[in-house]
Write a protein that binds this ligand. Structure first.
Ligand code: SF4
Ligand code: SF4
Length: 409
């Protein structure tokens, strides 16, 4: 399962900025759930930072000089709005010539003579769930995160529990889709005297990269996202969908799709179908009037209005849903409900699902197409205008307004 390369979308490249001068964390404000219009109360990056260097407040995400570049903020960011330098190595498949039965991942405080051919990262705590799934999907080697026993005393550490918890949840997911235990990532405990560790302040990876070098690394990440976005299911969705997702961020969409593609690749290899429980589920009640507010605020494009012939309805793509709840919060009729973990007894469909369907009609007054709820032949805008005219000038004037039918005479 090796990724191929492709041209990088310029949008992703243009929208990332260094979060603070001389720091190695980059930020895409458009993709931040907290900063987006009508956004959520997300503060995951702030809560994950081991040195309290991240400030998340109304309209601002800031980084203090205390940042160690461990990448733990980026690892938990649900939308991919943060990137830390030094983690791009996770996204590169091993060249065939370097194929090894066991791919070791070490932190950058391990001296090179001890690390040998291991891939080194600023901090093992900066590995995200989706990056570890991606590693398992892209490499034919098993993956070992080497725990030297230094985390508890490291400024970025806090013990190895978070790393163990991450690996446990990745292993549980991979077991569920049929990957044999011996092929799943694991923590390899290799206690090593603390005196052999490099001090945090001399780790090469904590030196910020020049902008050009950083984007060289970013290219590899976004190339993979572009591949995920070009998967046939997404292409079909784009054809079907004619409106909605007005504020959707391509970065968020690609971040979510990448993990889904990796899970699907592993499932294809093991031959076990993917369960719907790995993805959020959205339901809609009969109160939906297809205003499209949910699709407009959805940051990932998971909800969209799909039109086909004379019908239109909400379409939901669980693979790109963040379970952020914005659609539910903004729905004017309270018609939506969500389960962050979908139906455990159902199989996942990569095509997503049509949530409802309405008949579209041409308004008898303005001629424009609108969603008809079985209440006459006039669109809501014309109906509103007519009602206002009636209340202002009386019935006769409202009735004398030209209609499409009148104009044809
Ligand atoms: S974790 Fe990501 S989405 Fe949430 S506030 Fe931080 S940068 Fe924004
Ligand atoms: S469908 Fe709703 S919960 Fe899912 S990403 Fe879009 S707005 Fe958030």
């Amino acid at each position: 399962m090796h990724a191929t390369t492709s041209k990088t979308p310029n949008k992703s490249k243009a929208s990332f900025k260094r979060l603070a001068a001389n720091q190695s964390v980059w930020f895409c404000a458009d993709a931040c759930l907290k900063l987006r219009p009508g956004g959520t109360e997300c503060k995951a990056c702030r809560d994950a930072c081991p040195v309290q260097a991240v400030r998340v407040d109304a309209g601002v995400v800031e980084l203090a000089p205390a940042c160690t570049g461990c990448g733990q903020c980026a690892a938990v960011c649900p939308s991919g709005a943060l990137l830390a330098e030094g983690f791009d190595t996770l996204l590169q498949p091993l060249p065939e010539s370097e194929a090894v039965p066991l791919l070791r991942i070490e932190c950058s405080r391990v001296p090179h003579k001890l690390a040998g051919k291991a891939r080194q990262l600023p901090c093992l705590g900066g590995i995200s769930f989706s990056a570890l799934i991606g590693l398992a999907a892209r490499n034919s080697s098993a993956v070992a995160l080497v725990d030297r026993g230094w985390c508890a005393t490291c400024p970025s550490g806090g013990g190895s529990e978070p790393i163990n918890a991450l690996v446990d949840s990745v292993r549980a997911t991979l077991t569920d889709i049929g990957l044999p235990d011996e092929c799943s990532p694991f923590v390899y405990s290799l206690p090593t005297p603390q005196e052999q560790s490099l001090p945090m302040d001399v780790t090469a990876d904590n030196t910020p990269l020049p902008r050009r070098a950083f984007f060289g690394a970013l290219l590899k990440r976004t190339a993979e996202a572009a591949i995920a976005a070009r998967s046939p299911d997404v292409a079909r969705l784009a054809v079907k969908t004619t409106r909605g997702a007005l504020l959707a961020s391509p970065l968020i969409h690609h971040t979510r799709k990448r993990m889904a593609s990796n899970l699907a690749a592993i499932a294809a290899l093991t031959g076990k179908p993917l369960s719907a429980k790995f993805f959020p589920d959205i339901s809609v009640s009969e109160h939906c009037l297809l205003h499209g507010v949910c699709a407009a605020v959805c940051p990932s494009g998971a909800l969209a209005i799909a039109r086909s012939g004379t019908s239109a309805g909400l379409h939901f793509d669980p693979e790109s849903c963040l379970a952020c709840g914005l659609c539910i919060r903004h729905c004017p009729t309270g018609a939506l409900s969500m389960s962050p973990f979908g139906n455990a007894t159902a199989l996942h469909s990569r095509d997503g699902k049509q949530l409802n369907s309405f008949i579209q009609k041409d308004c008898q007054m303005c001629g424009k197409s609108y969603v008809n709820h079985g209440d006459g032949d006039t669109c809501p805008a014309c109906l509103g205008n007519r009602n206002m005219a009636q209340s202002l000038f009386g019935m006769s004037l409202a009735e004398s307004e030209p209609t499409a039918a009148n104009l044809e005479l």
